[in-house]
Design a protein around this ligand. Structure first.
Ligand code: ADP
Length: 249
């Protein structure tokens, strides 16, 4: 059911570290409203690709378009403001601050406010509605006042997603949302991602292939920095080159 309406496009995306091309001539097109997974064996270039798309790394070559706009040379904060937001890592969570304060800080940051903890409560409170909506969407509303460091691992990961959602993204990039999770949390976060995708686009790097199979509309398989295959799970999982790439490591 391809509509040809691509929210994110990368063309001939390339990243060289010294003489080594970690990502080489990668074409990627993510259709609006879908869940698209980026998979591949270790060292395939997934993380590098992800960092290029959100401009945490500058591409050596190639171009990136978001909603038809060339964002290749745009800084990460500007890209987030356009609606393309990556999930924040757990390391970015402030353990002593409450869940709500953590989301609020991400909002302040996006709005370009400095970290001013001595700012009047009133000024801070204007972010609370959005922050609370983010927490509510991931089922963390009742933990709004809980210090982030006291949340379970699964809930910390949900807090990362809440932080991302509070920024009003049209598209989310999720970096291994299931990493290190117990099965119970995997099911919960899977359901959450499916719900989030009802009115947004998601690109995720994920190692858990059963999650990828369940959630993804489309999959791009990377190997050695290049696109090896692309299509539905049914198609790519039967591709002999994909099978070989996974076994051959
Ligand atoms: P994946 O996420 O698929 O495991 P990565 O994108 O992390 O793959 O890495 C792809 C390749 O690029 C690997 O061979 C890795 O060692 C190399 N690489 C990644 N980052 C750097 C870097 N900063 N400098 C040099 N080589 C790097």
């Amino acid at each position: 059911s391809a509509t040809g309406d691509f929210i994110l496009k990368a063309e001939r995306l390339t990243k060289r570290f010294g003489g080594f091309a970690a990502v080489s001539n990668v074409d990627l097109a993510v259709e609006r409203g879908t869940i698209h997974a980026l998979i591949g064996p270790n060292g395939a270039g997934k993380t590098t690709c992800f960092n290029l798309l959100t401009k945490f790394l500058q591409p050596s070559d190639g171009a990136i378009f978001f909603n038809g706009r060339d964002i290749t040379r745009m800084p990460p904060a500007d890209i987030a403001r356009l609606g393309l937001v990556r999930s924040f890592q757990i390391s970015a969570v402030f353990p002593r601050l409450s869940a709500l304060e953590n989301v609020r800080i991400a909002l302040q940051r996006q709005r370009g406010d400095s970290f001013d903890f001595w700012r009047s409560e009133k000024a801070l409170n204007r972010f609370d509605g959005k922050a609370m909506a983010g927490l509510d969407e991931v089922g963390l509303a009742e933990f709004a006042a809980t210090p982030a460091g006291e949340l379970s691992y699964g809930r910390k990961r949900a807090l990362e997603i809440a932080t991302t959602l509070a920024l009003d993204p049209e598209m989310l990039l999720l970096d291994e949302p299931m990493a290190g999770m117990a099965q119970e949390d995997v099911s919960r976060i899977s359901a959450l991602i499916a719900r989030i995708a009802e009115n947004r686009t998601i690109l995720m790097v994920e190692h858990n292939l059963s999650v990828v199979a369940d959630l993804s509309d489309r999959i791009t398989v990377l190997a050695r920095g290049q696109v090896l295959a692309e299509g539905s799970y049914e198609v790519v999982s039967r591709d002999p080159r994909v099978v070989e790439a996974y076994i051959g490591v």
